[in-house]
Design a protein around this ligand. Structure first.
Ligand code: ADP
Ligand code: MG
Length: 299
């Protein structure tokens, strides 16, 4: 391709909200034959909502949520925002002052810990609870499994070393996600999903896509997402990574082409070669098309 062709293609991309950071990024994209998608905020809307709460101890739901919200209001995580938003319904309408917390700790990829009114509160996944040395009762495991089967994420709440409730949160697929994966399939591009979320929920979401997601990697820490990208490269694939979070940035950097969702975090946007400004998954196809048209002589 001539420099002019590259400039024109980059301009066309920009006019459609596909920001391509330079000619190299555009060139690499035409060779992409495998895409690794982050789940939360990339394949799903990333705007999760609380759908149900199950208490294992006799307590008032409003009190339960007051403790949980106090701990989660300090977290930037989308799941934390969903919980705090939901908790608001139990107090005075708009005037929300959550109890003060001490010893707040955010455990990346697992949840939060804090002391609220002398109660030690944990909100997060199984690993958070088990690593703290606490027991997960059978009843709680059952509720978690039920949530996962419905493609929801089950969040465990423990108070003073005892599991007291499960919050089920739903983060649905983006409209059109199915179509994008099936079009990529027909373009001979393989799709893979990686997520920090648990296996049950991850597999249920992949199943909702119906066709095209061949591989799921769940409970992946940021470095493990990058490892998966490198492993695919070793198998001879030219890999694009599509993600939105800080936890995706190592993988965005490792990939042959990193694509960030425009609505994602600044760190992901900086780490990427291409930014999908409109946050539409369809724009992954636009980027590949544009690059193929510019760089492939025969198609
Ligand atoms: P993803 O890769 O899907 O974006 P993360 O790595 O951010 O997911 O989080 C993995 C899991 O850790 C979540 O599914 C959730 O179970 C738990 N988790 C992380 N942060 C929080 C939080 N603030 N509150 C509750 N649970 C959390
Ligand atoms: Mg994400």
């Amino acid at each position: 391709a001539t420099p002019t062709a590259v400039m024109v293609a980059t301009g066309v991309g920009a006019s459609q909200g596909v920001l391509i950071k330079g000619g190299q990024a555009l060139e690499s994209t035409h060779k992409v034959n495998c895409i690794v998608f982050d789940k939360t905020g990339t394949l799903t809307t990333g705007k999760p909502v609380v759908v149900s709460t199950r208490l294992l101890k006799n307590m008032v739901l409003g009190d339960f949520y007051e403790y949980v919200a106090a701990a989660e209001v300090n977290s930037e995580h989308p799941l934390a925002k969903a919980i705090v938003q939901y908790a608001k319904r139990f107090g005075d309408e708009d005037n929300h002052v959550w109890p003060a917390v001490r010893d707040f700790v955010s455990v990346t990829g697992h949840g939060v810990k804090a002391t609220v009114r002398n109660k030690e509160i944990l909100v997060g996944n199984k690993t958070l609870i088990l690593d703290s040395g606490f027991h997960i009762p059978v009843e709680a495991s059952e509720l978690l499994r039920e949530a996962e089967e419905m493609a929801q994420t089950g969040i465990i709440v423990s108070m003073n070393q005892e599991v007291v409730g499960i919050i089920a949160i739903s983060d649905p697929l983006k409209p059109g996600a199915q179509d994008v994966i099936s079009i990529l399939n027909s373009m001979k591009v393989k799709s893979i999903m990686v997520t920090g979320d648990n296996w049950g929920t991850a597999n249920a979401i992949a199943k909702e896509v119906e066709v095209g997601i061949n591989t799921v990697v769940a409970e992946a820490r940021p470095e493990q997402k990058a490892e998966k990208v490198k492993e695919l490269q070793m198998c001879g694939f030219t890999v694009a990574m599509v993600g939105d979070g800080i936890n995706d940035s190592p993988a965005l950097v490792s990939a042959d082409v990193g694509m960030a969702i425009g609505a994602g975090t600044d760190i992901a946007i900086e780490a990427a070669d291409i930014v999908l400004m409109k946050s539409n998954l369809e724009d992954v196809i636009i980027a590949i098309d544009l690059s193929r048209k510019t760089f492939s002589r025969i198609r």
